[in-house]
Design a protein around this ligand. Sequence first.
Ligand code: MLT
Length: 234
Amino acid sequence: MKVTVSLFNSKTKDVAIVIDLLRASTTITIALNTFNKVIPVNTSNEAFELKNKYNALLAGEDNLKTIEGFDITNSPKEVQKHEGDVLVLKTTNGTRVLENTKNNNKNVTVLIGTGINANAVAKKALEIATEEIEIVMAGRHEKFNIEDATGAGVIVKEIIKSAKDQNIPLELDETALASTILAKDEKQVKELIGNSWGATKLTKLGLEDDVKLCQLINEINEVPIYKNNEITKL
Ligand code: MLT
């Protein structure tokens, strides 16, 4: 089984795990505790239409600012206070990457992973994939960011553990290997995420509780899957 890590643009035809650690993947994973589905969108108009159609809660940010007319921002902490059928989510990078990944190949299985469900998503990806698991980092404005690379490393390490338990041979490319060096241990993971540009900015905006939730590892066993333009629990 090949394990690769890419940035923004997915190439796999098999299983992709999309990670936008701060904060879209974490918001989505936590939201599925209290919502049946999350519908990611890329424009506010789409979100408003879906609000009328499903009586949905609207969550979203535009360059980290809450969008006018939305109920909450893209916040894993805020989303925990709400429940319902549909959550509509619009974010700057994360929701675009989901769409890119699906557009790359319509047969690809798109899972959503992050630190908080790393072990669960690693196990599911190994179960489903036949030849490749690609971790697709959202990054920031199509450029590398350290929190997604570190989170990718946390997931790759979980894939290595599960593969070993099941005697599945793995072939890690150099990006996957590099990500495991970033995710050396829990202390380093926490520091790299906490000191990242994104976390510093969120903390300045008073959103340090969101950062803390995004630093958690293996606390949720659910795996979100993106299929037919919506995200549900696998
Ligand atoms: C994004 O998709 O750009 C992020 O999740 C930004 C954020 O809300 O922290």
